[in-house]
Design a protein around this ligand. Structure first.
Ligand code: F0G
Length: 458
């Protein structure tokens, strides 16, 4: 079944034309954007690898699904399709749609976290941690140490270090831990999977302590693909079955369906506990919309339920991760330092090693992303000290070990030639990396600063 190369199991039916820019135009654009790639206009970008979120190409079936939108305020047919797809593919009985992942994170955090609680997780994600903090909680990182080491080739860098979980419960007590939050294919670690062995150990630990297990399932299909390839006993299981098994081990899920499920907007909170579902329905009407649409149009729920089915297809995910690995291998073969193993949704060039002359306080990854855009029109995202933000109590900068840029590949959008151009741009960049200058803030937003911060060169 998976013997062919990673070539795509689809052909192209419509294309979107791109504008080509000159280096002078891009130089002006990145200065105007305060050296922050989030502040560029997308029409000035050639190959947009900022994020895989909401940027994927829908299939003809999904587009056809849009025409079947039932835009009733209450009880839309498309809601029931979505609910059934979530139960069929992801196991969860109750689904509350939200406008995107962070809407679900908000509701989950408000429902379960009390002032002074601790929420352990396998590495932070920006919006997830902020919602936990806004609800009065403190995030505690319990991922294995290897996840913080760009050069470790551990096959499951998303695994949980059980000793860290034990230490937390000894220190604060189980009653201060409302849930453990496990992400599949950990974004900030470089798109690194958690093994089923580790997830089962966390499940047993949660049962022992009477603590709930929540699942950030944003990239669960990519995680399942790595389990199929790397975890003993799963080589003959389908991605669909592995996805189901992962979800079935957890109690609650938050989903940004803008990633795996290949829609441009949408998400949900899903769970098995009817009492929790009742609470979630009460909250969703305040922040998102009625519990049968939660901030999504009927048509978008339809496209999502179709996208869920497409996302767990073995051939799809093989091509998806294959393309990411193709780019990663080209960079690695050219001697460019990247986070290893190559992740599921993106390649993460290591700014620490590419720009050893720039101290972390001068934002080497931010500077690298700006320069990549300037020379090539390829847009990446900083994933280092700027993204990590400040400690909510001390106000000090978090200083993550991983200081990277993220070349994030949208699903079903770019071709192998686009990957080649990106690799060539990174190789050009590496050749003059020693001339790149660090940056300093001219504007630093208080929350999620990476989105809107502005910089100038030091
Ligand atoms: N969890 C993970 C692991 C994510 O990667 C994201 C979003 C979210 C939650 C929040 O979901 O954006 O739909 O509200 N990640 C995007 C990214 C923004 O570029 O990595 P959202």
């Amino acid at each position: 079944m998976r013997q062919h190369s990673w070539a795509e199991p689809y052909k192209i039916k419509a294309v979107e034309l791109l504008k080509m820019t000159t280096r002078e135009q891009r130089d002006a654009a990145i200065r105007e954007a305060g050296f922050n790639t989030f502040l560029l206009r997308s029409e000035d970008v050639y190959i947009d690898l900022l994020t895989d979120s909401g940027t994927s190409a829908m299939s003809d079936r999904q587009w056809a699904g849009l025409m079947r939108g039932d835009e009733a305020y209450a009880g839309s047919t498309n809601f029931y399709h979505l609910r059934d797809a979530v139960e069929e593919y992801y196991s969860y009985k109750y689904t509350v749609p939200t406008h995107q992942g962070r809407g679900a994170e908000n509701i989950l955090s408000q429902m379960l976290i009390r002032d002074g609680d601790y929420v352990p997780g396998n590495m932070y994600f920006t919006t997830t941690r902020l919602h936990q903090e806004l609800a009065g909680g403190t995030f505690v990182d319990v991922i294995i140490d290897e996840a913080h080491d760009a050069q470790s080739e551990h096959p499951f860098k998303g695994d949980v270090d059980m000793a860290k979980l034990d230490a937390l419960v000894d220190e604060v007590g189980a009653e201060k831990i409302p849930y453990v939050c496990i992400a599949t294919c950990v974004n900030m670690a470089g798109g690194q999977p958690i093994s089923l062995a580790s997830l089962k150990a966390v499940r047993a630990w949660c049962d022992k302590h009477g603590i709930r297990l929540a699942h950030d399932m944003t990239r669960v299909a990519e995680n399942a693909h790595f389990i199929q390839r790397r975890e003993a006993g799963y080589e003959n299981k389908s991605v669909k079955d592995i996805v189901y098994e992962i979800c079935d081990l957890t109690d609650i899920a938050t989903m940004s369906s803008k990633k795996d499920a290949m829609v441009n907007i949408g998400g949900f909170l899903a769970m098995n506990d009817p009492e929790l579902y009742e609470k979630a329905c009460a909250l969703v009407v305040v922040y998102e919309g009625l519990h049968t649409y939660g901030g999504m149009a009927g048509r978008d729920m339809e496209a999502l339920s179709i996208g869920i089915a497409e996302s767990v297809d073995d051939n799809h995910i093989h091509a998806r991760v294959g393309q990411v690995e193709y780019l990663g291998n080209r960079l690695r073969d050219a001697g460019i330092p990247i986070v290893l193993p190559i992740g599921g949704h993106a390649v993460f060039p290591d700014a620490r090693r590419m720009l050893p002359h720039i101290p972390q306080e001068h934002f080497p990854a931010q500077a690298l992303a700006a320069e990549l855009y300037r020379i090539s029109g390829v847009r990446a995202m900083e994933r280092g000290i700027v993204s990590a933000g400040r400690d909510s109590v001390t106000g000090e900068n978090h200083k993550p070990e991983l200081e990277t840029i993220r070349l994030t590949i949208p699903r079903r959008v770019y071709t192998q030639a686009h990957m080649d151009v990106t690799a060539e741009a990174m190789i050009d960049l590496a050749e003059h990396a020693n001339q790149i200058r660090g940056l300093k803030f001219v504007y630093e937003p208080k929350m999620l600063r990476f989105f809107q911060a502005r910089f100038e060169q030091v």
